[in-house]
Structure formats: C-alpha cells, structure tokens
Ligand binder design. Structure first.
Ligand SMILES: [Fe+2]
Ligand SMILES: [Fe+2]
Length: 269
C-alpha cells in the first residue's frame, strides 16, 4: 500500500477531472478499508506540486474576463453548474494537498480520516456536476473557468493554520451561504437532477467546514493561541477580500463557526 502522502500526490498530479476523481475515490476506499480493519496506515512523505495537474480545458480566465452568467436562461444555468464543477475539482485537490503539504506536522489519525472522507466527497461532487452538465449536452471543459481558486492554496503553502482558516472556514463556509439559493433556482426551473445533486453537496459541505473548525481549534490549542484572534489575523493575512453577508448563520453554527469569527471581518468592508 502506498503511504497516504504518496496517494495524495498521485491525485494532485493527475490532470483529467474524471481520472483524478476516480483515483481519489480509489485511494479513499483503500484508506478507509485499512482503517476499518483497525490499521493505522503510514502517512509518509511526498512532494506535492505547487499547482495541481489540470486538464487542457477549461481555459482559465481571471474573474474580470469571465463572461457574465444569466441564470434565468438554460445556458446561464449550465454556466453555473460548470462553475460549481470547477470549484469541486479544486476542492478535490485542496483536500489531498493539505494532507501531503503538511505531512511533517504530526497530527492524530482522525485528522487524516476526516480529510480523506472529505476528498472522497468532493470527488463525488465533481462527478455529480459533470453528470448534470453531460445530461444537458455540455461537459466540464466546455466553458472557461475562474483561474483564482488555487491562490488560497499557494498563499498558505507554508502555513497549516492559515490553510485551515482560509480554505474550509472561509471558502467552504461561503458555499454554505450560497448553495440554498442555487437549489431554489434549479427547483424553480424543475431541474430535479441538479436539485438532488446540490442537496447532496450542501449536506456534505457542512461536515467539511466542521472538520476545518475542529482541527483549527485543535492546532490553536497546541500552540496556545486564542482561536478567534488567530482566525482574524490569518484571514486578514491570506484572504484578499472581505467576507460578504448574508451569512448562513444556522449552518455555520452547526459547522462550529460562531458569528464572532466572521462578522468582524465583514464589517471592515
Ligand atoms: Fe464539495
Ligand atoms: Fe467541501
């Protein structure tokens, strides 16, 4: 069996989206089977690439060059699903990257269990979005995509706590704010496949944010940091925008992110 860090780097260096998620799910299953047998597989070491391998399409554009989406028409809704697929593919890489990138920091095995489970779910989410696009005669890669999503990973490549603050606790938490509106939009247009897929994503993303909060608090405890103060410092340092209300306060609370974490960062706007 490969070490977990080696598995992670294999996923990160696989370019094609469906191939990446297939490998991700296979490695997750291998890890989970070993854990179910009561084993603690080796975490090991590896050298993840600074940027993950990506397919030739979609073309990656800066946000200002991205065409405006009009979700009122079918083409606009395909563009929205395409954007979600792109976010999910980045999420697959982000989950494996944190495992490989910070493998020098000793962590309880439960940390790896959580991240492997989330990586597996992100892979499922990407596949669900691809299924929706393909059912509409499109596919991932048919439209341009946002180039900036990996920036948070690069900016926090040397800062484990910063990575936890910005990726699960800011970016994935943002997903909790916006997904109910998307579900409503596809419901309004009678798109059952998209509604069902987005409901799966919404339910599982709560856990990803919760894992982020759990391990952020764990590391703050290890370094005797005040979690609220540390969160504010790290988000100001690494996240280059203010947080945008409205917030999904209920789901954020369920995921272990209290209002005094995010409101002060929004009010600075
Ligand atoms: Fe996801
Ligand atoms: Fe997620």
């Amino acid at each position: 069996m490969l070490s977990l860090a080696e598995m992670a780097t294999q996923v990160l260096t696989t370019a094609d989206g469906r191939a990446k998620t297939a490998l991700s799910r296979q490695h997750a299953a291998t890890w989970q089977a070993a854990r179910a047998r009561g084993e603690a597989p080796e975490i090991g070491k590896s050298f993840p690439p600074l940027n993950p391998a990506r397919p030739e399409a979609p073309a990656l554009l800066s946000p200002k060059d991205m065409p405006k989406r009009k979700p009122g028409n079918p083409a606009g809704r395909i563009a929205l699903l395409h954007a979600v697929a792109h976010i999910e593919l980045n999420a697959v890489d982000l989950h494996w990257d944190i495992i490989a990138r910070f493998c020098d920091t000793p962590m309880p095995i439960g940390f790896y269990d959580d991240w492997v489970k989330s990586a597996d779910e992100e892979s499922k989410h990407f596949n669900l979005m691809c299924d929706c696009l393909e059912a509409k005669g499109s596919h991932y890669g048919a439209l341009p995509a946002h180039e900036g999503l990996w920036r948070a990973a690069r900016d926090t490549k040397d800062d484990f706590l910063g990575r936890l603050a910005v990726v699960p606790m800011v970016l994935e938490a943002r997903g909790l704010d916006v997904t109910p509106g998307m579900i409503e939009l596809f419901e309004k247009h009678g798109d059952t496949q998209a509604v069902e897929a987005l409901k799966v994503i919404y339910a599982e993303e709560v856990h990803h944010v919760a894992y982020g909060s759990k391990w952020f608090h764990f590391l703050c405890g290890r370094h005797e940091l005040d979690p609220t103060v540390a969160f504010h410092d790290l988000v100001r340092r690494y996240f280059h925008a203010t947080l945008k209300p409205p917030f999904n306060e209920e789901k954020r609370a369920e995921a272990g992110i209290p209002p005094d974490f995010y409101w002060p960062l929004a009010e600075e706007a």
